[in-house]
Design a protein around this ligand. Sequence first.
Ligand code: CMX
Length: 439
Amino acid sequence: MILHEKIQSQLPAWRERIKTLAKEHAAVVVDTVTIEEVIGGMRDIKSLLTDISSVDPGEGIRFRGMSINEVLKALPKARGGKMPLVGGLYYLLMVGEAPSKEQAQAVEDEWAKRAVVPDYVFKMLKSMPRDTHPMILLSQAVLALGKDSVFTKKYHEGMKRDVYWEAALEDSLDLTAKLPVIAAYIYRLKYFGESAKPKYNPKQDYGTNFARMMKVSDKKGYADLARLYFIIHSDHESGNASAHAMHLVGSTLSDAYFSFSASLNALAGPLHGLANQESLSWLLEVKEKFGGVPTRDDLYKFAWDTLNDGHVIPGYGHGVLRVIDPRFVTQLEFAKKRFPDNDLLRLAEMVLDVVPSVLKEQGKAKNPAPNVDAISGTLQYYYGVREFDFYTVLFGVGRALGVTANYVWARALAMPIERPKSLTTKMLEDEVAKASHPA
Ligand code: CMX
């Protein structure tokens, strides 16, 4: 299988590099930790290793060194679409090189073979109360798939450490292949009461399959939006909550299903992936209150009311980025090309004009610019996916691509179990006393 061969050929050199760093340069200081960082959610402490993607605060995400625009240009396009094959992105994340059309297709073919979801998973989802949040359903389904984890089975059969990554890759391919089927089933079941099992068509790519199984019309290009959406949501280096949760749980040698379920549970928080649903909900609230696109002054006041009520403005701000999120820009360009006159898009553009200045006036947010979540719901809404508590599920399907690539490489490079050191408040106070009265 193509990803297996490519990773295998790269591994000896990577392992040597990690070994050299760990053995010969272990004492080299990369950063020092301040009390602000200890108390402030470990923000920006350089303490995770990944080669899959990195976020420059002044520029945004790079996947294997490539910006979003470079990725969209370099990856082979899906037949009949303007966006790349998602299989090509997975190849890039796993292997570190842009694939040829055949290589991207080989990943798509691999997914097509593995996209069969066992019956018990559908039955379990169907038995849940209809008002269950779709992220609960998705996380449950992922965990349930773990029954067939290749990693766990082989681990208990005595698998050797240097081939953990092969079983991790098997599970990752199985999981990513099944996710669009599960997500589409949850969508049709929860909002339309349909329990027919969606079928993956091996002749179609990941994006087209998803659009068809969701039963969203592809006339206006939903398959292209799905491809773009999964690609840009795939990874955002390793410290964000969903990627870190996957890495942490995976480091205990829990399999990809346990680990990705944890990743989804982190993504489901309103300060992380759930912000896309909150963001659209906020836009719709504005639209309803003012009977359409408001005046700039009304919007300004509404934004201040949100802050004064003690709420954040969803879709704005970022833990690491200090500029406008390029994932926001790419989606905005996609929308402006396809539906420039749409009311909600005009409103999102006005919010872009007004909210950063409100946040600047408030003076708290380090980055008043929009993040990925500020507009993703607007695009889904336009294409007819209007059940916005479903949006984080879409984020989750995309996020699986990045976090599983990280998970495979973490096992390949024998990353140890994570165990940072905690301190007590008294210890911090003692450090402060020492610093104020040096002996
Ligand atoms: N609206 C109001 N206040 C905001 C804000 C926003 N959009 N963004 C930041 N702030 C506030 C913070 O709440 C914080 O206030 P306190 O000091 O009272 O706690 C202060 O500004 C400083 O925060 P920061 O250092 O700039 O940002 P953090 O790293 O603490 O938090 C984030 C980052 C994303 C959680 C925050 O900007 C936020 O809550 N944004 C809105 C929710 C959102 O869009 N989340 C999605 C992020 C992308 C993703 O992960 O999917």
